[in-house]
Ligand binder design. Sequence first.
Ligand code: SF4
Length: 247
Amino acid sequence: MKKSAADVWEDLRNQVDFLAEADGGFVFRRPEDAAPPAPAASPASAGLPPLSGCPPQTAAERKALEEIDDQVRVCKLCVLHKFRTRAVPGEGNRSAELMFIGEGPGRDEDAQGRPFVGRAGQLLRRIIAAMTFREDEVYITNMVKCRPPDNRVPHHEEIETCSPYLVRQIELIRPRVIVILGKTPTDYFAPGREGMTARRGRFGDYRGIPVMPTFHPSYLVRNEGNRELKRMVWEDMQKVMALLGRK
Ligand code: SF4
């Protein structure tokens, strides 16, 4: 999709803004600097076949992704359906090489049926632009597809009930890298006793796909003046960029 000059300028401005806030500069790592040191396989992979090395996505698989969206929009499998205005299946490129997974929809996302459109979402979209990706090149979704009441953390059983949708999305999109945003997806894909500060920035592995945990953009928004947090997120994203050959 061709962008207008105004859109290109807006993307560039967002990119520069985030880099300035992150104190990140324009120095990207070389791919060899980011080679992940044999990451541990995610327990969420247990018993599931690897996705790396699969053949290219077929038309039937693209259609299956649309069908998942339709199923999610009418899903009543867990209690969260009672609280939603609109379910939020995810959006973006259905054959993206880069996928972002957050926790769950918030108020703005619930109202619009789109992921990451509130303040935290705007920050994520600036981070994506700073990574030199267009929004229509990546795929963005959440662990649970319906908004938990009062934006509480989704319960374990809600995540377990909803996770087959996410697992299927990953199987069909087959991204080259997954970025997991915040504690909830990190607990699912890279569980551990350490806090996010210790677990972020190290590639894990989900069925052969490198998985990078980093802070959730809402945490950055809540700690707006903390440049160190932004610097750490940018450091994590540089590793992802290097792995994808973006520099
Ligand atoms: S959160 Fe997931 S499992 Fe629960 S109702 Fe929504 S789509 Fe269905």
